[in-house]
Design a protein around this ligand. Structure first.
Ligand SMILES: C[S@@+](CC[C@H](N)C(=O)[O-])C[C@H]1O[C@@H](n2cnc3c(N)ncnc32)[C@H](O)[C@@H]1O
Length: 258
């Protein structure tokens, strides 16, 4: 999912999702030293830098060097923001570096989430916050939702699982926060999108790009590209239906480092 279109989709998604609301809700404050783990093109990292202000600092950590280069270039005039190319499972940063450590839409990619969560906790100071925002069952909450579309969506879940991607990561994080010893854990249920009626062009494009990026992994689970693409077209028609309701949720889990 590394194309230019995917980068644009992520930046658009960041704008549309109102990440600021989740950041403020979970305690990001003026003056904080904050981490954005798996920052992608850095849209949310910028929002975090606005919240912490000139007395604070945000570090965006990202595995993909192209994304790091792109984000660094775009934000080069912002002194309270820096980017680091690293794996969030081992960032090479000192213990207790951050007041607030955030990660969104990254844990869903990790075959094992506990080592990454432990690493986020390690780099957070005692009393600081660890926050992970994740999807949960993205794509299933629609009505009308014909059975063949539900089955097709399940095939995508099965295909992604073979690559270690978990579409239901959101609901599992509360238990995992407890397993790594975080305290005062709370889970916030926030809207990812809510469409009563026809989806707008932005949401349709979002799904088109997502479907295109999944082609190689998903098509074998549909018996080939043609039937996968037929499923995608029908799904997009369902999203565009003015008589239908479609929504998706984010589960934002926060915990305090003891
Ligand atoms: C879907 S994007 C989310 C970007 C951003 N957090 C957001 O909310 O828009 C996932 C990003 O996580 C990065 N990523 C995946 N696994 C990672 C890892 N182990 N360490 C660091 N970054 C990782 C990917 O390269 C990608 O840029």
């Amino acid at each position: 999912m590394e194309s230019l279109r995917e980068t644009r989709r992520l930046l658009e998604q960041e704008r549309a999702n109102d990440a600021r609301r989740a950041l403020l809700l979970t305690g990001l404050r003026l003056g904080d030293r904050a981490l954005d783990a798996g920052c992608g093109p850095g849209g949310i990292t910028e929002t975090m830098a606005d919240v912490v202000g000139p007395e604070g600092h945000v570090t965006g950590v990202e595995l993909n060097p192209e994304r790091v280069a792109e984000a660094s270039l775009r934000c080069q005039r912002r002194p309270n923001l820096s980017f680091l190319q690293a794996d969030i499972r081992g960032m090479g940063l000192a213990d207790a570096t951050f007041d607030y450590s955030w990660s969104q839409f990254v844990f869903e990619y990790l075959p094992e989430r506990l080592p990454a969560l432990a690493e986020l906790a390690r780099v957070t100071r005692p009393g600081g916050k660890v926050v992970v925002s994740e999807i949960d069952g993205l794509g299933f909450q629609n009505w009308p939702f014909p059975e063949r579309l539900r089955e097709g969506t399940q095939r995508i879940v099965d295909a992604l699982a073979t690559k270690g991607f978990d579409l239901f990561a959101g609901r599992k994080l509360f238990t995992e926060f407890r397993q790594v010893g975080l305290r005062d854990i709370q889970v916030h249920l926030l809207p990812f999108y809510m469409v009563a009626g026809a989806a707008d062009d932005r949401l349709l494009m979002d799904w088109e790009v997502r479907f295109a990026a999944l082609e190689a992994v998903a098509a074998p689970f549909f018996g080939g590209l043609d039937s996968y693409r037929a499923y995608c077209r029908e799904y997009l028609r369902m999203l565009a239906d003015p008589d239908g309701l479609k929504y998706a949720v984010l589960l934002v889990t926060e915990g305090t480092k003891p």
